[in-house]
Write a protein that binds this ligand. Sequence first.
Ligand SMILES: [Mg+2]
Length: 241
Amino acid sequence: MSTSKAKVLIAFDFDHTIVDENSEPFVFDKLAPNGIPDDIKSLYNRLGWNEYVGAVFAYLHSKGTSVDEIKKALYEVKLTAGMKQLLDLIKSEGLEAIIISDANSVFINELLKKFNLTETFSTVYTNPSKVEENGLITISYYHKQDWCDLSTVNMCKGHILDEHIKTNGGYDKVMYVGDGYNDLCPALRLRKSDVVCPRIGFSLKKSIENLAPPHELHARVVNWLDATELLQVTKSLTEKD
Ligand SMILES: [Mg+2]
């Protein structure tokens, strides 16, 4: 009898999944308590989330908000309940974990450092951002895609997941943990032997429940609210079928 463990990949969304808040709007609310001007707000609908976030960073910079003030607000973001236990289990089992997030690299890297989780993830796929010399945070697209109707132009998470799987020679089992509508594309690419974990109370769960042809979900669904509800399924992934 073979005792070898299954090769496992666990892919996580970041906002409302690893952390309990939506990190960018959370920080903006803290630093612009009287709201963001309407002409900047309208960028979200006209040009997309990334343009909006970039414009808010520019607005905060123009108002004299420093990077340290942005980081201080960001550090108030909390890990989701049970997430520490789940990530500790992933580490102790030696499982590979990645992040695929439509947030930005400065925010994610800062929070992973704060939570001492930098070593937990083999790769972080997100929109590249950086702090310029003058203290302005700039953000750009992860990629520019025209092949997926379920995803925004700057990020098709399903494509990123598929590429990661291919580049690493495939996995026996893949688990995807997320909450948002942009987590639907990767969920639909999973196989019968894989698991998708939509967070209760968020749009991925509803999107899966309301799925209509031609879209079809093959993976097993494990809903969760507190990440301790994912400990058991995570342990079971290492067993070879
Ligand atoms: Mg999310």
